[in-house]
Write a protein that binds this ligand. Structure first.
Ligand code: ZN
Length: 437
């Protein structure tokens, strides 16, 4: 494993579930970018040959720039690329560096097109079709487990030509694979013989595919939301304990924070049997590494962070206001662990966050793609919230959280106004200061 990949993996797993897209969504020149509207993908998994054969039809709005820059896994053997059925030139720089820091084995695929620059014509769509095969062992996150029997692939290995700059998209994937069960982000899944059809329900930044013969799903409701936990091969004791703890957390957080007015009505968690690599979240679909056996608390906290987003998901995730999502979700996870274990658990977690975030910059104004944004939003933020709780007391703090949720507050200014109203000017000024330190 390459160092950078490892570093990113460690970084991500050490902190919490990270939506990698968030670090990237700030884009200053969107107006001039190509736009990917949708993917229609036909893929055939040929496990016996360690291959996956793919035909990706990409519906795009092309701008005047005549190069389309995509990231594709380095193992890709591209047989043909067409734009609107015309064979086109391309350069696949297999020996170059990855164009995307999150995709270590990604390589730059540059496709040329001859559509003339014409701003009046921006609504015109083009179909870019890329036909290629990939090494399954390169794009499967679960390759080293179970002899590659299970499959998990998505954005981080660039199994389909992608670009974070070209926006979120819809997708339809027809996957030919000999697997009994399948889970996928943000899609409706149906099966016809060996073909799985996945149709996106909305816009996504990823096409995650998880397939395992032993994939089990556990369903329960949490108020008006449905929760599904998928598991591949956890020990029965672990999954039993985890499901119980998840339900306890949701119940506790609901009673503490009030009703969820989140966008999603179905939350899915997939436990993958790897201990390395990122946990990630695509909207209400979260893929969580199982961690090592002695890291149960970390697993539980990671899931609880995602559960926290049932409540905290309204602020703009492209700016520092994201602390209202991330710091609050992380603090909710700490609260849930305190409820399940004891107050000592919370104190220990907050102390460790304090230590780790000593050199974090101020939350206020931090760029979301700053490499210190993670520690500021996921550690320093919860430390500040805990200090606020100590200042105003448990009861007042919970009332505040309930009000923030109830009033659907989505920016810091509104939070400070509410805090002034509930706790007085001095507390509000104090919080503003903490955020600027
Ligand atoms: Zn989060």
């Amino acid at each position: 494993m390459h160092f950078r990949y490892l570093t990113i993996f460690l970084f991500i797993t050490l902190l919490t579930v990270v939506n990698a897209a968030k670090a990237y969504t700030v884009n200053t020149n969107t107006a001039t970018m190509h736009v990917i509207e949708r993917y229609d993908i036909n893929a055939k998994v040929r496990a016996e040959l360690d291959l996956i054969e793919v035909k990706a039809k990409i519906t795009m709005k092309l701008n005047g720039d005549n190069a389309i820059a995509l990231t594709l896994n380095r193992s890709a053997d591209i047989s043909k690329i067409t734009i609107d059925s015309q064979v086109t030139d391309f350069i696949f720089d297999k020996k170059g560096d990855t164009p995307n820091e999150y995709i270590d084995n990604g390589r730059l695929l540059t496709i040329t097109h001859n559509q003339k620059s014409n701003d009046k014509n921006t609504e015109q769509k083009s179909i870019v079709e890329v036909t290629y095969s990939l090494l399954l062992s390169e794009v499967n996150y679960l390759n080293s487990l179970n002899g590659g029997r299970d499959l998990e692939m998505g954005f981080y290995t660039a199994w389909y030509p992608n670009s974070m700059d070209y926006g979120d998209f819809e997708f339809m994937v027809n996957l030919n694979i000999n697997q009994k069960k399948l889970a996928v982000s943000n899609a409706v899944i149906t099966k016809d013989n060996q073909n799985w059809l996945m149709t996106s329900k909305g816009l996504s930044m990823d096409i995650v595919i998880l397939a395992a013969t032993t994939l089990k799903d556990y369903n329960f409701t949490a108020g008006d939301a449905k929760v599904t936990v998928y598991d591949i091969d956890s020990k029965p004791e672990l999954i039993e304990k985890l499901l119980k703890d998840i339900q306890t957390s949701i119940k506790y957080l609901k009673s503490s924070l009030g009703h969820t007015k989140g966008k999603a009505s179905h939350y899915q968690f997939v436990l993958v049997p790897r201990v390395k690599g990122p946990s990630y979240s695509r909207g209400s679909f979260s893929v969580i590494t199982r961690f090592k056996e002695d890291q149960y608390d970390r697993l539980l906290k990671t899931i609880n962070h995602e559960i926290g987003h049932f409540w905290w998901n309204r602020a703009d995730s492209r700016t520092w206001q994201d602390w209202l999502n991330e710091s609050f979700a992380e603090y909710s996870a700490v609260m849930a662990l305190e409820h399940i274990y004891s107050v000592d658990k919370r104190i220990a977690l907050i102390n460790s966050y304090q230590k780790k975030s000593q050199k974090s910059p101020a939350i206020q104004g931090i760029a979301r793609n700053d490499n210190k944004a993670q520690s500021a939003l996921y550690q320093k933020g919860p430390v500040i919230l805990d200090a606020l709780r100590n200042k105003i007391g448990d009861e007042h703090f919970l009332s505040l959280l309930r009000e923030v949720n109830d009033q659907q507050i989505d920016n810091t200014q509104a939070l400070l106004i509410l805090l002034t109203k509930l706790e007085g000017q001095a507390i509000s000024t104090w919080l503003a200061q903490q955020l600027s330190l």
